[in-house]
Design a protein around this ligand. Structure first.
Ligand SMILES: [Zn+2]
Length: 316
């Protein structure tokens, strides 16, 4: 699982956001590492065949990119094409539609730029001192929590409140970092690329009503299909941990007939997953977590770290 592929930034960053990014060099290293270690990099559409036996005969890996960031087209696509790596990009449709407020990036800019942040939320005055980088990291985390804390239906109001005192265009980051439909269409014509759905608004599905979950899944699938003129066969649950997705969501995704649906649960794929294609776990490629050392990837791939994280149980 990847999110963004961005060249190293020379300016300070907030850790949480920077953790979703790998550099183009690290992407190349990941491809080389997998191939040197005899992993075949395959498309998502091939994995049902590969695991449809009691023993998985060969080691394989699948590349997925979540959300739909422009850097996937600008920085990742040329590398993946050059190395003939198939991949899937999951699109949250309000990104290319230009309607998503990427508040976590707006918040990062704000705490990095200001020495003091003040806003009113839930009838309370909030004030954060942001002079040192440590304070900025702390303020970011606290405000991040405040924004997420509460019903999804009121998320936009909370965002408006937090940024109210600062003259910020809420859609500024969206135009900077989201893929355009033009770019998505172009990539979708390449046999290496599969476009998957990742809902309309990237809400935690478990917090929504049944009909809202249907709307989020079906709406994003239909929109993408109409834009790329192809069937969308793969789905990815927003956030994707057991807090945001469970049996109800798995059943709904199955009803829509996706070939596969993926979570963010950190685990390996076993042959048992042949009957659980609506809940495939994934391993994050995280350059910061692994200290930029590609060899740590082996501890994830060979199951050592997933095994510890999942308390010695296979995640099925
Ligand atoms: Zn996502």
């Amino acid at each position: 699982m990847f999110h963004r592929v961005c060249p190293e930034s020379s300016t300070p960053r907030i850790r949480g956001n920077a953790g979703l990014e790998v550099t183009p060099e690290y992407l190349k290293k990941t491809i080389a590492f997998l191939r040197q270690n005899n992993y075949e990099i395959v498309s998502l559409s091939r994995i049902d065949k590969l695991i449809n036996s009691n023993n998985i005969a060969k080691k394989f890996a699948v590349f997925t990119f979540d959300d739909g960031y422009a850097d996937n087209y600008i920085h990742a696509y040329p590398i993946l094409k050059e190395h003939e790596v198939p991949f899937t990009i999951y699109i949250t449709t309000n990104l290319p539609d230009g309607e998503a407020i990427l508040w976590w990036y707006l918040l990062e800019d704000l705490v990095l730029r200001k020495n003091q942040i003040e806003f009113q939320l839930n009838g309370r005055n909030h004030q954060y001192s942001c002079t040192s980088h440590l304070q900025k990291e702390w303020a970011y985390q606290e405000i991040h929590k405040l924004i997420l804390n509460g019903p999804s239906s009121e998320l936009n109001q909370r965002i408006l409140q937090v940024f109210k005192n600062y003259n910020i265009s809420l859609l500024k980051k969206t135009f900077e970092v989201a893929l355009t439909w033009e770019q998505i269409r172009e990539m979708s014509k390449d046999p290496l690329v599969e476009i998957g759905a990742h809902t309309i608004n990237h809400h935690a599905l478990s917090k929504l009503t049944d009909s809202a979950v249907h709307k989020e899944i079906e709406g994003s699938r239909n929109k993408i299909e109409s834009k790329i003129d192809q069937k969308v066969e793969h789905f990815c649950y927003p956030f994707g941990t057991s807090n945001e997705v469970g049996e109800r969501e798995f059943e709904i995704a199955k009803k829509y007939g996706f070939k596969t649906s993926t979570t963010t649960c950190a685990a390996n794929i076993f042959s048992e997953h042949k009957n659980l294609l609506e809940r495939l776990p994934r391993l994050a490629i995280n350059q910061k977590r692994d200290n930029g050392n590609i060899n740590y990837l082996n501890l994830w791939l060979n199951g050592t770290l997933p095994c510890i994280l999942n308390k010695l149980k296979r995640v099925l």
